[in-house]
Design a binder for this molecule. Structure first.
Ligand SMILES: [Zn+2]
Length: 398
């Protein structure tokens, strides 16, 4: 019950606020206004004046206002709130808030993703406000809402799956039928074209260039570059040995260390770099001097500057800081979010070059750290169409 206040004019003509005490043996029927209440809205105490002139009316008005705020905070109308209080229905707002509360120990990125998705779920459902209203039709409506926003199949699939976690947790069995789930295109990593590489490297400074040349020259995975140590480089043989770093929690995939040849030009640049850092442990460090693990994020920024983005990708990102923080939809035409720019393509480019240069497939398998030859065969399966164009034309009879 909201506490009632009233304004009282003092002898000196000034107004002061008086808290009204209620209870047995406290006479309130003769009190007159102006009355007001001080409800908490989103954790902030507001002052809300009342129209009523008598105490009895003010009490009733305050109760209605309390209900209104309560309904608002749950995303309901007052009628819906009353209906809910007379039954045992769970509003989706409450269900989502409770679920997000349970996820508060997860990584920041995960929490933001869950919060964005589930708030959007409520928005997309429109007038559907209770957990017991979630059925296949409601989920279709949500999917249509996401589709209308122009999201890619992969994004829609991810969001529906997050909603499914929420439903499972709350014992709701309705799911979108499998054949209605969005088509997720899995793009096999495509080697970078010479033109793309020229654009990307043309935009890099020396430090950036040596990092991504290392990716391109060794076909290493992201973490294998992050945890590359000087001790792993053999300058005489010009090789890099990928080794686990147990003290950093880094283990090599398939638990097999391997040795990869480094191209001469890259080896020379690394040697010069070693001379100026003779006591360092790590080859690629960030501002804090620890192994850099933001190669992907930085590559995406470089690609944007180099106009190497496709211009078609759309996604949501968090912009602003502290109080101005909000989710906004952006395109890869203006932001570093192009889905076609990623580190694995350097690995693919390098492997493809090895193949074209005639390096035996067994050797390529070893350099890539593949456990099975089959993986390597699949990996190198399809040639770049430009490289086989002459043969294609020939076969066509031109
Ligand atoms: Zn793009």
């Amino acid at each position: 019950m909201l506490t009632l206040y009233r304004r009282v004019k003092e002898g000196n003509g000034k107004w002061r606020a008086e808290k009204i005490r209620e209870g047995r043996a406290i006479r309130t029927s003769t009190l007159v206004g102006p009355f007001f209440v001080r409800p908490f809205v989103n954790g902030v105490q507001k002052r809300h004046p009342l129209h009523s002139t008598t105490f009895a009316e003010a009490r009733q008005e305050a109760d209605e206002i309390e209900k209104l705020y309560e309904a608002q905070s749950r995303g309901l109308t007052v009628n819906e709130l009353t209906a809910m209080q007379n039954s045992n229905r769970l509003p989706l707002r409450t269900v989502v808030d409770t679920y997000l509360e349970q996820k508060k120990n997860k990584a920041k990125k995960t929490r933001e993703q869950y919060s964005l998705t589930l708030n959007e779920f409520i928005e997309g459902l429109g007038r559907i406000k209770f957990l017991d209203e979630i059925n296949v039709a409601a989920l279709r409506k949500y999917k249509d809402f996401l589709t209308a926003k122009g999201f890619a199949g992969k994004t829609i699939d991810t969001r529906i799956n997050i909603v499914n976690f929420l439903l499972k947790k709350n014992g709701v069995e309705a799911r979108l039928p499998k054949d209605e789930m969005p088509v997720v295109e899995t793009e096999a990593a495509v080697p970078y074209s010479d033109d793309e590489l020229k654009k990307l490297f043309g935009e890099m400074d020396d430090e950036e260039a040596i990092r991504y040349k290392f990716f391109l020259g060794t076909a290493c995975r992201d973490k294998e570059v992050t945890y590359a140590a000087w001790a792993d480089i053999n300058f005489d043989k010009k090789t890099y040995t990928v080794r686990g770093k147990p003290d950093e929690g880094f283990t090599v995939k398939n638990h097999e260390s391997r040795t990869i040849p480094i191209p001469d030009t890259l080896a020379a640049v690394l040697k010069a770099r070693r001379k100026s850092n003779p006591s360092a442990r790590w080859i690629f460090v960030n501002e804090a001097g620890v192994p850099d693990n933001h190669f992907l994020r930085k590559l995406k920024r470089i690609a944007l500057r180099a106009s190497a983005n496709c211009g078609q990708c759309r996604t949501n990102v968090t912009k602003g800081k502290y109080t101005t923080k909000k989710q906004v939809e952006v395109s890869c035409a203006t932001d570093p979010v192009c889905e076609h720019i990623y580190l694995h393509r350097f690995r693919k480019t390098c492997a493809t070059r090895w193949q074209e240069a005639g390096v035996p497939i067994r050797t390529i398998q070893h350099y890539l750290g593949h456990k099975n030859l089959e993986t390597t065969a699949l990996y190198l399966g399809v040639s770049d169409s430009e490289k086989v164009r002459d043969k294609i034309n020939e076969a066509f009879g031109d």
